[in-house]
Design a protein around this ligand. Structure first.
Ligand code: DOR
Ligand code: ZN
Length: 345
């Protein structure tokens, strides 16, 4: 397999995706439809997707844009707020509307101002999720302004996640977009019984924090959690390519209009969807681990979420192509530069 030029895998899924709404949704969705069979759709719209009617409406707006010859399933998430009603979450879960609940610590990132101010306030919700076996998806960063922004994930593990996992021993958690060696070690230490998983983005696998300052301030490399040192990137590559079942693909592709990125207070988010799978192939190829891409991209996620793997396949081949400068008014990752792998139509 190393040295291979062509690779067929079960169709992958994206276990962490921002699709937005309206015209932006219409512009960005096709990139995901081309590559992924399912996507866990983040609820941080404005206003956030907190209720059953909002989630069903959003799901239907997504599905209305899926051509009839494409099978795609958006897996909807419920935005947790301090006052989220556990009964409503349970109804959404039982009806197959909600696949998971998303926990944003209030003010941690884009549109998180209605997030959870203190996990102690959602104990009832966490108890219910634990009882249902319904996954809690966690943006794992503290928001304490006294903590250095590069340390916010590591501090979250100690201060918030470790106590939460201890208090709710059967709660099923996905630590989203892990960015540090600390998080990789934490997941390995807690994952063996299958109750903790982690997604890894392709931008955190490809870039370290130098990319933020390469020849000038680079708004298109700005995301949350922020890029980290090279040693952390290497730990992420090791985790993703390890084949360990608790690590799986989640792009966190997060489109913002170019004007919102190239601004004095640019929004966090990197739009990787237009080459997401090809970029992961690049990472795995460089690591000599193309034979593990299918586990990471197509098998481990369904296993954690207790869903079947997709029945169809996708094929990638080695071959250079040039990413567009913009896609629907959004600057994609690698804009105007080369991608090393391509999808075979
Ligand atoms: O970079 C990010 N962008 N990180 C997040 O947590 C949210 C996301 C967004 O919605 O733009
Ligand atoms: Zn995200």
């Amino acid at each position: 397999m190393p040295g291979t030029d062509r690779l067929t895998l079960r169709r992958p899924d994206d276990w962490h995706l921002h699709l937005r709404d309206g015209a932006l949704l219409r512009a960005v969705l096709p990139a995901t439809l081309k590559r992924f069979g399912r996507a866990v759709v983040m609820p941080n719209l404005r206003p956030p997707v907190t209720g059953l009617a909002e989630a069903a409406g959003y799901r239907d707006r997504i599905l209305a844009l899926v051509p009839s010859d494409i099978r795609f399933q958006p897996l909807m998430t419920c935005y947790a707020a301090d006052d989220t009603d556990p009964d409503q979450v349970e109804t959404g879960w039982r009806d197959g509307l909600f696949a998971a609940v998303k926990l944003y610590p209030a003010h941690a990132t884009t549109n998180s101002d209605r997030g959870v101010t203190d996990p102690a306030r959602i104990r009832g919700l966490l108890e219910r999720l634990q009882r249902l076996g319904m996954p809690l998806l966690v943006h794992g960063e503290v928001t304490d302004p006294g903590i250095d922004v590069f340390d916010r994930e590591a501090v979250f593990l100690d201060r918030v996640l470790a106590p939460m996992l201890a208090d709710f021993p059967a709660l099923r958690v996905v630590l989203e977009h892990v960015t540090t060696a600390d998080a990789v070690a934490f997941v390995r230490a807690h994952a063996a019984d299958g109750r903790l998983g982690a997604t890894i983005t392709v931008h955190h696998l490809l870039l370290n924090r130098n990319a933020l300052f390469a020849g000038g301030l680079r708004p298109h490399a700005w995301c949350l959690p922020v890029l980290k040192r090279e040693r952390h990137r290497l730990a992420l590559v090791d985790a993703a390519t390890s084949g360990e079942p608790w690590f799986f693909l989640g792009t966190d592709s997060a489109p913002h209009p170019v004007t919102a990125k190239e601004s004095a207070r640019g929004c966090a988010g990197i739009f990787t969807a237009p080459a997401a799978l090809e970029l992961y192939a690049e990472v795995f190829d460089r690591a000599g681990a193309l034979d593990r891409l299918e586990a990471f991209a197509s098998l481990n996620g369904p296993r954690f979420y207790r869903l079947p793997v997709n029945r169809d396949t996708v094929t990638l081949e080695r071959g250079r192509w040039r990413m567009a400068e913009t896609v629907g008014g959004v600057v994609p990752f690698r804009a105007g530069a080369d991608i090393e792998w391509r999808l075979v139509p």
